[in-house]
Design a protein around this ligand. Sequence first.
Ligand code: HSE
Length: 402
Amino acid sequence: MIKVSVLGYGTVGSGVVEIIRENADIITRRAGEEIQVKSVLDLRDFPDDPIQNIIVHDFEEIRKDEEVQIVVETMGGLHPAYEFVKASLESGKSVCTSNKALVADYGPELLEIAQKHNVNFLFEASVGGGIPIIRPLKISLAPDEIMEISGILNGTTNYILTEMTEKGSDFDSVLKEAQDKGYAEKDPTADIEGFDACRKIAILTSLAYGKQLNFEDIYTEGITKITDRDIVYAKKLGAKIKIFGSSKKIGDKVSAMVAPKLITGEHPLYSVDGVFNAILVKGNMVGDVMFYGQGAGKLATASAVVSDVIEEAKHVNVNMRTLWDYEQLDLMPLDEVSFRFFVRVKRGQEIASAVEKAFGHVTPVEAGFTDEFGFVTEKITEKAYEEAAGQVEVINKIRFDS
Ligand code: HSE
C-alpha cells in the first residue's frame, strides 16, 4: 500500500481525497497497489467531515512519517508551500502539486532535489487544470522539436471575452456577473491582467525547451482594455478576441507573450468558448496537436493531481527525468517580433494622409462609429508599430495571431 499526505484541504485538496476514495478500485488497478490518504495538513478543523480523523496541524508530523511516500501540495501560494515541498523531497518523498506559482518560480530547483533523492516532483495540474498537457509535452512529444505553443490558459478571461462577444456587454458588467456566479475571484487581478496565464506559458515553454523562462521576462497584457467597441470591430473582421499565452521558436530564439489576439474561423482554437481552456502545440514531426478541457474546478484539477499520484506510486525510488535546467532560455526581444495589428484611431486623421504615412499600407475596417475608425496593418514588427503609433492618436490595438 502507498500512503499519501495531502497539504491543504481546500477546493483541490478535498477533490484529491474524494477521487482517491471514490475511484479507489480503478486507481488501485492502474497503480498496481492500493493508495490511501494517511493524513491531511490544514490549519483548520473539520468537525463535521470524516477527514477530521486524519487532520494534522504540524507539517513536521508528515515529514517525519516514514510511511508517507507521496506528498500532495494543494495549499497554493509560495510560502510555506516551497519549504514543505523541498523538505518532503529531501526526506525521500515524491511530491505532486497544483501550484503554478511554485512551479514557475522553483521548477528547476525542486526537480534537481527530486532527482538527487531518487523521487519525483510532478505538476500536471499546475497548467490547464484537468487538461493533460505537462505529461504529453514531457513524454508523448519528447521526440519533437516544439515549434509553437498557443494556449487559451485562463478560464475566467475566456468566459468574460465569450460573454462580451455573445451578449455585446461591456467588460465591467461581465466581470461583475462572473464574480457573482463565482467564476471570477473577488480579486480578479491575476486573471484579467494576464499574470495567471503568464506563469502557465512560462512553465510550458520551459518544459518545451528544457531551459528556464522567467515569467517576469514575458511581455504580458491583460484584457482590461478590451471594450465592447473592440468586439464590434472583431465581428466586422469575422474574428473573435481571445487572450493567448503563446511561445514560438524563431531561429535559435523563442518569443513568448501573453496578450489578447484576434483569431478567425480557421484557427483551431476559434470555438474554445466559455470557461474552457485549450492548448495547441506544433511539433516539427507530429504537426499540430490540441488539448481541450476544463482549466479549473475541483474535480477536474484534482483528477490531474491524482494522475501524478498514480504515476509516482508506479515509480517508487525511480526518478523520471524531467528536462528543465536553470540555464536561461534565449528570449527574442519583443521589438523584433512581428504581427498584423488591428488599430483604432480617432477620426480626423484620414487613412491616406496621417495613417498610411505612419503605418504604410493598411486595410480599413468600418464599424459605423462617428468619432473613430479602425484599420489592419500589414505584418510589421513591434518596434515599427510603436514608432508608427507615436505619430497618430491610437485608441486601442489588438494583434492578430500569426
Ligand atoms: N483562475 C484560473 C482561471 C484557474 O480562471 O483559469 C486556476 O489556474
